[in-house]
Design a protein around this ligand. Structure first.
Ligand code: FPP
Length: 231
């Protein structure tokens, strides 16, 4: 079976999952962390080289303060609790996004985990935090202009642009999964998903565990990727 090199996930439906159980939205996020753990394990087992997760968008800062704070706390807890498991399993941890908006404390914990797992080579787990695709393209354009000057920018080729995006060095996603029945990209990896295969499922994120992850990989294996060409 052909295994995608890079699987990316828009983790959606935590709030609805909690609401269906008469619980607060944050309860859905807590269970969602369990799905993160399960999918990370399943990805390593399957031989996926990059697993990336849309954990918090730039737009998510507009959610109620209590929910934002709880999500940031969950991120801290997950980082604290998972160091050993990530290292034991050879998983390199990377956070990408507008990190200037994160607290100093969270940034320090992220830097620490990134350093500790920097030498791990089995799989890279990328967590997108305070990220949006339009923000990424804009910051890339600004960096390219600063580096090359306005004349130099005129000579930029499409392939040269990748290295200014925060995802520089990471291959574009082969497969993008979105849970909870929504079928949209929501300002995620806009440039990077040019030829990505999309997989939509009605399963809510807290219910998306190993069997569901494997089903998505199977669906991917049956796709015929042509990149705009005739086969
Ligand atoms: C979407 O559900 C989920 C999020 C915005 C947050 C995802 C975060 C986690 C699973 C926790 C921490 C992650 C890591 C990497 C440790 P929603 O709240 O939009 O659900 P709804 O659409 O049903 O309201």
């Amino acid at each position: 079976m052909e295994v995608p090199v890079h699987v990316s996930i828009i983790m959606d439906g935590n709030g609805r999952w909690a609401k269906a159980r008469g619980r607060e939205r944050v309860y859905g996020h807590v269970e969602g962390v369990e799905s993160v753990r399960a999918c990370t394990e399943a990805a390593v087992e399957a031989g996926v080289k990059y697993l990336s997760l849309y954990a918090f968008s730039e737009e998510n800062w507009n959610r109620p303060e209590a929910e934002v704070n709880r999500l940031m706390e969950l991120m801290m807890e997950a980082i604290r609790n998972e160091v050993k498991t990530l290292m034991d399993n050879g998983v390199r941890f990377v956070v990408l996004g507008n990190r200037g908006r994160l607290s100093d404390k969270l940034n320090a914990a992220i830097d620490n985990l990134m350093e500790m797992t920097a030498g791990c080579t089995r799989m890279t787990l990328v967590v997108f935090l305070s990220y949006s695709g339009k923000w990424d393209i804009l910051q890339a354009m600004k960096r390219a202009a600063a580096e090359k000057g306005s004349d130099g920018v005129q000579d930029l080729e499409i392939g040269d642009f990748d290295r200014y995006l925060v995802t520089a060095g990471i291959p574009d996603p082969d497969l993008l999964i979105r849970t909870s029945g929504e079928q949209r990209i929501s300002n995620y990896l806009l440039w990077q998903c040019a030829y990505t295969e999309f997989y939509f499922t009605d399963v809510l994120w807290p219910d998306f565990r190993k069997p569901e992850f494997r089903a998505a990989l199977e669906a991917y294996a049956s796709r015929d990727r042509r990149y705009g060409k005739v086969k």
